[in-house]
Design a protein around this ligand. Structure first.
Ligand code: GLP
Length: 243
């Protein structure tokens, strides 16, 4: 079941997403978090709320969706670094309450342990962006809906989308990532997906109005009971239904 909120621009999107998220910024809640540029404005609103309203993250637990394989935590483009720079360093969350898949060491054992940790601590709200090819987390088109956390090969289109971050470092985008699977994501009690810009319009259309198919991983969300989608006008241009 989708609740779709269409707003004018990115600033409004970030505020609307915060209005949904703020109900979960309470002791004991478990947040599933995402990287990418789409949630950055929401994270800014969360930081502002922490500073102005003293909302505390001391008893909040987080699980991130994914991490590149082969990047150490302190790599400038690791999702560990991204999350600390964009959110964790600016709020009072305890480091031991932060979970991000590790892309180093025994990957299979890491993935299994990650799913076990989520099993013990079910996610109350999972935040998602969406890739231009409809991926969520790093579940690329063709990923079986049944997978838990796993290692995956990145599609060339995704590596191209993300090259803007690695090119200035003179480095290649990693070829693999460790990601929560679609079965893991679907276990979250609530889902909040944010998407902006016209390069997301096709993926958004497929997710909301296309058939449920592994060719467009986000379409699995049609089977989830509680999904809020916040998009800007540009990402909504191909939609045919009224929301
Ligand atoms: C990456 C992340 C996804 C994210 C996507 C879109 O591939 N693994 O979680 O949704 O990028 O990123 P952006 O929000 O920058 O468009």
């Amino acid at each position: 079941m989708f609740k779709v909120i269409i707003v004018e621009n990115y600033e409004e999107l970030s505020k609307a997403a915060f209005e949904v998220m703020k109900d979960y910024l309470k002791p004991g809640k478990v947040l599933g978090l995402a990287t990418g540029s789409s949630p950055v404005g929401l994270y800014k609103n969360m930081i502002k709320d922490h500073i102005q309203n003293k909302t505390s993250y001391k008893d909040i637990i987080t699980f991130n969706l994914d991490e590149y394989v082969g990047l150490p935590k302190d790599h400038k483009e690791s999702y560990y670094t991204f999350m600390h720079e964009q959110l964790f360093n600016h709020v009072d969350i305890k480091e031991e309450n932060i979970h991000i898949p590790s892309g180093l060491g025994d990957l299979e054992a890491n993935c299994k342990a990650y799913d076990e940790a989520i099993e013990k601590c079910p996610v109350d709200i999972q935040l998602l962006g969406i890739g231009s090819n409809g991926h969520i987390g790093f579940n690329e088109p063709g990923t079986p809906f049944t997978l838990g956390t796993h290692v995956t090969d990145l599609k060339e289109s995704t590596r191209k989308d993300n090259a803007r971050f690695f090119d200035p470092l003179g480095e290649e985008v990693p070829y693999q990532a460790c990601t929560m699977g679609l079965a893991t994501i679907m276990k979250a009690k609530n889902i909040l997906l944010v998407a902006n810009g016209e390069n997301k319009a096709k993926a958004v259309k497929g997710m909301l109005e296309g058939e449920v198919s592994e060719d467009l991983p986000a379409s699995i969300l049609q089977n989830h009971p509680n999904v809020t989608v916040v998009i800007d006008k540009a990402a909504s241009t191909l939609l045919e239904k009224k929301y």
